[in-house]
Design a protein around this ligand. Sequence first.
Ligand code: RIB
Length: 296
Amino acid sequence: MNKAKIAVIGSSSMDLVVTSKKRPGAGETVLGESFKTVPGGKGANQAVAAARLGAEVYMIGRVGDDSYGEEIIANFKKNGVRTEYVEPVTGIESGTAHIILAEGDNSIVVVKGANDYVTPDYVERMSSFLQTCDLVMIQQEVPEETVAYAAKRCSEMNVPLLLNPAPAREISNEVVDLATYLTPNEHESAVLFNGLPPKEALKAFPNKVLITEGEQGVRYFDGEKEVLVPSFKVEVVDTTGAGDTFNAAFGVAVAESKEMQESIRFANRAASLSVTGFGAQGGMPTREEVERRLSE
Ligand code: RIB
């Protein structure tokens, strides 16, 4: 089988992760337990996950001209992600995500830094390359107009676009229509569809909108009925990056022309394995691991 060729337009960041027993409330100081710096950013996470799952992956992104930027690029190379379309931005710092892991979940503040320089112009410069891809993936840690532009260009070039609308923000109906797949979680779905109940949102976009419901699984409407593809039970270490792994695995599967339900099952298996390791990328599985666990 030929490798799926995927371009990820998106953010690359350094994740600054603190673990703590308790999440501080407003005005409160608590003592944490550990601090680690690990590669992250939704775009970079999706690129690394897709590469581990066997795709030929090209990152379309920006880093700062700082040591984080160098580490981010080195991490792409280590994971087999192609970096010829990742350009440092002079005088600007790399994106960072400030993460607290406490009480079984994460809270994140993202400072976009160089990710704000993934502009429509930048995408346009890469467009003849994008045209050669089986799939383009994008998220929302880059400017809104970049997402809109990528959706328009991918549609014009007839390249499928997987838009992961995270973090949540409103998107125009036009962009929703132009995307091939949209993968909100329940909160993102409410923002995206103006509070429309999930059932109605799914029905309005058969085989296009997939709502991820964490431990429950993933729901979509197949044209006749709503389908819930259940997730897999695992010991959770760190949920950061689970959504990114889901998106990457789903993207790899559909780019390989797998059916919807099979693609979601493959992605659920990959995402469930990803939460068993520390850091957004720490638990991301290889293709072999996912296939072995699916066959058990
Ligand atoms: O989706 C997880 C990612 O979101 C983290 O790696 C962090 O960078 C934040 O942007």
